[in-house]
Design a protein around this ligand. Sequence first.
Ligand code: NAD
Length: 519
Amino acid sequence: MALLRIAQIKQLASHGCRFYSASAPTTKMFINGKFVESKTDRWIDLHNPATNEVITRVPQCTQEEMQSAVDVSAEAFKSWSQSTVLTRQQCMFKFQQLIKDNLKEIAKLITLEQGKTLVDAEGDVMRGLQVVEHCCSITSLQLGETMSSIAKDMDTYTVRLPLGVCAGITPFNFPAMIPLWMFPTALITGNTMVVKPSERDPGAVMFMMQLLQDAGFPDGTVNVIHGAHDAVNFICDNPTIKAISFVGSDQAGTYIYERGSKNGKRVQSNMGAKNHGVIMPDANKENTLNQLVGAAFGAAGQRCMALSTAVFVGEAKEWIPELVEKARKLKVNAGHEPDADLGPLISPAAKNRVLELVQSGVDQGAELLLDGRNVKVPGYDKGNFVGPTILHKVKSDMKCYEEEIFGPVLVSMEVDTLDEAIDVVNKNKYGNGTAIFTSNGAVARKYTMESDVGQVGVNVPIPVPLPMFSFTGSRGSFMGDANFYGKQGINFYTQIKTVTQMWRDEDATVTKPAVSMPV
Ligand code: NAD
């Protein structure tokens, strides 16, 4: 009998990053409630980012395998879409509890495959769990609307119905949270889903498939396929798939939005970011500098809401030396080591890209106040580590500003006024998140109203909304018209049917045809 992926990953997680294997185990697909070995001959090696050892091989599923995942999802939709809302809610309650019970195991697996620190990996799971918890209130969320007596004896009401088979395509940086933005919301509204997790760290999704099964979700309601471009093209083109949720880079997101939409699908696409923190001289200095350092370098900067650009207004620039000292003190280490503040980058290619962008900043005249490029991590010589790095006096035409670096690099700018800061932020193509640090309410209000960014924090560095709200990145960071999770997420995964009904006494039966437009 094929070794279940869940058993493998528990074994891997318990060995931490010191797991060696001559023949790395394979990651299975999850089809119709079973972990199934792919028959493909194309595999992607998945490396532990702290050591670069191969820990599993991820299949690039064949067309037949992907089609079978869609067929099974379509079959499961027939009964799941007719299940009662209370049945779905009960399954979600159980799933929620199982995630809580297994949170540490999932986090260990994330650290192993993705590299982030264990405590940060637990946060990754927790933030996804909050979406699951919110889905449990589906009995209020999926309510329709009613208007009685819109005409004599006539009422109109709406119902929110599922779409059918949906698909989720996820990035590497939040292997639990982002899939949890997708399949729980799809499921609770009565859809079924094909998930294609990042080929760089699918383990958390596979673990959660076992939990879904244990929670009582019927076979086939969620199916997992693996791969890269071919799997994405398959999803964009498959006529049975009605909607695609995507989170990842601009390049992939734009492509998927265009190809999916062209094929008539509903698509929501969350993409890259360059988030600015505006620091006013009246802010609480200690609080602000700590928040900035945490938000710039946490998760090695591999967060779409990382505060990767600091804009110092006026005299606030005098705090920069203290910022540098705080950043210098952060400990770079393998994610499972207890003293790690930041772990490695996902791959050697990601590391090289970050190093090149830092060098481009230096070449274009930025001041390198802190250089983490040659950081050494004892015991992990082969890991993809970069230490906290700060480039100062960056200008908006420099490559290190124009591109999302996605590493532990803070680019810093100086301006004289709040208006100038707002101008910088609004000229940037992205609109994911921003923060202002100030003790002045009028300044904070002006910034929140005038900055053209979808998520704003006031003295809050990473303003990712809880799921009673939605993730509302805007401009270059989002394509689509219904955002992820919260009410917007329910909207994305449902379509509205409007019913107009007339119930009239027999005495008042319509006696002759009316050929004019009813008013
Ligand atoms: P990525 O785009 O490389 O990968 C995301 C998914 O798309 C993966 O499943 C991958 O297989 C697929 N993919 C990759 N390249 C593709 C291509 N050219 N064509 C078709 N499919 C492709 O993204 P990543 O590196 O895994 O994640 C990091 C990016 O995600 C960053 O840009 C980050 O800002 C962004 N992100 C955004 C949000 C948000 O909510 N806005 C959240 C997390 C991450």
